[in-house]
Design a protein around this ligand. Structure first.
Ligand SMILES: Nc1nc2c(ncn2[C@@H]2O[C@H](COP(=O)(O)OP(=O)(O)OP(=O)(O)O)[C@@H](O)[C@H]2O)c(=O)[nH]1
Ligand SMILES: [Mg+2]
Length: 192
């Protein structure tokens, strides 16, 4: 797919604020700081579109972007950030869970996993959750530019071994653009 235009649409903090507009949604989920917002900017070619930060916990709302006037890309806050207090963690977990399990127009979930840490328990939980709810999901291994040769094979294998139902695994570097065309091609398939 070719991204011709991308614009910010809306931020929401509760389920009842989700847009009524029924466009297909591609959702980006993953641990805090894994690179979700960066991936969105990289895919759309718009550096400042989604806010990024080297400190985890930057994205705090569900952020909707309209792509080519035909679908939504949805940037979510990350999970697994230790410094967030328990109450907020619970609320966020519930919002994420409710959203991913009930929103009908999600056509694909992109689960981002840090290629340097491919066996985190919280990512395993997310895969279990997506499989339980029968959500089609694909995996993006982020920050691939930071890996040594030996680690590259290990990352892919670790993810492949655990996830029985992921539709694809794409190695990605927002720094070099590696994986961008490959991922855009995959997304196009789910947007019909
Ligand atoms: N080297 C390298 N750094 C990356 C890459 N992708 C993201 N980063 C860096 O990782 C940090 C976190 O990126 P974000 O996109 O803000 O992460 P996030 O998943 O949106 O984080 P939260 O919003 O806190 O959940 C930033 O410092 C990015 O520059 C990549 O492919 N390569
Ligand atoms: Mg973010």
């Amino acid at each position: 797919m070719k991204i011709r235009n991308a614009r910010f649409y809306k931020s929401v903090s509760t389920i009842d604020q989700l847009p009524e507009e029924q466009l297909p949604e591609i959702v980006f989920v993953g641990r805090s700081n894994v690179g979700k917002s960066t991936l969105l900017n990289s895919l759309t070619g718009r550096k400042g579109l989604a806010k990024t930060s080297s400190t985890p916990g930057k994205t705090q709302l569900i952020n909707y972007f309209v792509i080519n006037d035909t679908c939504f890309f949805v940037d979510l806050p990350g999970y697994g950030y230790a410094k967030v207090d328990k109450g907020r963690k619970y609320e966020w977990g519930k919002l994420l869970g409710d959203y991913v399990s009930t929103r009908d127009n999600i056509c694909l979930v992109i689960l981002l996993i840090d290629s340097r840490h491919p066996e985190m328990e919280s990512d395993h939980h997310m895969m279990d959750f997506l499989e339980y709810h029968r959500r089609p999901y694909g995996i993006v291994l982020t920050k691939y530019d930071k890996l040594k040769q030996k680690e590259k094979a290990r990352a892919r294998l670790a993810v492949k071994t655990y996830s029985s139902e992921s539709k694809f695994i794409v190695n990605y570097s927002a720094l070099s653009g590696q994986g961008k065309e490959e991922l855009l091609e995959k997304l196009a398939k789910y947007l019909g």
